[in-house]
Design a protein around this ligand. Sequence first.
Ligand SMILES: [Zn+2]
Ligand SMILES: [Zn+2]
Length: 263
Amino acid sequence: MNEHAVLTVLGSCSGTEPMPGRHHTSIAMEYCGRTYWFDAGENCAHAGYTGGVDLFGTEAIFISHAHMDHVGGLPHLLWTFQKIARATEEGKRRLTGRNIEIFLPEMRPWKGLMTFIADDAGEYRGPFTLMPHLFDDGVIFDRDGVRVTALHNDHLGAVEPHASFSFRVDVGPKAFVFSGDVKHVSELAPLLDGIELLLMETGHHAPEEICAWVKESGKQIGKLVFVHHGRRILYNYAGELEKAQRILGDRVQIANDRTRLEL
Ligand SMILES: [Zn+2]
Ligand SMILES: [Zn+2]
């Protein structure tokens, strides 16, 4: 059983048209026999299951905001839990009777996805229960050595009152931050003290500007890993990495689909 948190990037792309070898945003964290999801882009269930992420140990799913590149794979993820709970011996053993919690900043997508997985009466009847939670700023989850703190961001085009959320995840003695979509990296500042890892979206930013801000901020950030790539990285991976590393050295990395990170 892993006592260090292991993060698997299941999708490293922002909301572009389909890109070869990359899928929309999703990250799975495995810690002490339990699995937690941060965003659920298009392909996360398939990539996670075939890539060795322990879907059977799923405790909770955290959604930063309801844009399709962050939530499009959620119905399929919940459907996949149903499938493996019924079709596999391990699923019958480990998922039956469980409770899976889903944290959402608005309930509109929940109503939509229930039309896929609920019965005609609108009830979900599975071998496990699904419990949706509407969240806002603050600590939204604190159990089994994992504490998740949400902070809203500015992000045009998402539903009011808050456009998108970022999450600080304290896991055992360590911590990382998963950025939602932000207008400026400085919005994350209250979450960043003493973290091992910042998973930062670059769909709306120049990577070297993020690096320069991190360097100037004085925040203790062990490692900066870019996710949710926009066209700058998609079209010029090597050049953008070189520019970023000129500022932060080996502390900065650009994630690919299936990149694994240990805290
Ligand atoms: Zn996005
Ligand atoms: Zn967005």
